[in-house]
Design a protein around this ligand. Sequence first.
Ligand SMILES: Nc1ncnc2c1ncn2[C@@H]1O[C@H](COP(=O)(O)OP(=O)(O)OP(=O)(O)O)[C@@H](O)[C@H]1O
Length: 133
Amino acid sequence: MGLNDKQVNKNRNFFQSLIHALDGIYSLVSTERNFRKHISFAVIAVIMGIWLHLTTYEWLWITLAIFVVVVAEVLNTVVESIVDLIVGRKYHDEAKKAKDVAAGGVLIAAFFAVVIGCLIFIPELLQEFHVHL
Ligand SMILES: Nc1ncnc2c1ncn2[C@@H]1O[C@H](COP(=O)(O)OP(=O)(O)OP(=O)(O)O)[C@@H](O)[C@H]1O
């Protein structure tokens, strides 16, 4: 098992499924620069959340924002791989559409995360630094 195995038949058990799912996450982290950037922002948000003692309700929104971006990145990577598998290095209008729409999905998810981050962190930071508007 592992990234270099040549298995094409169904996974035999849960352990094998888990190993391949972890291979997928490893591949995502090691090959997708934008995914690593988003994870860095997520780590910064979590550190700030701990520092600012967010409430459970605020953590729910931050967690949702992080997972929405992660899921969008996963789908974007899947679309890119499938398109490359089908059309290879050849230009195709539908390939462009599929990749651009998938990238647009990531942008929308990232925008959602920025809105959530601003709504939660700006009031908390103002309070932390005793700024009254
Ligand atoms: N086969 C193709 N036919 C037409 N356009 C393509 C094709 N492959 C890529 N493109 C165009 O090039 C862009 C970049 O494609 P690429 O596969 O390099 O994505 P990427 O740089 O990994 O994207 P991301 O920044 O979302 O990770 C796509 O958004 C699309 O507009």
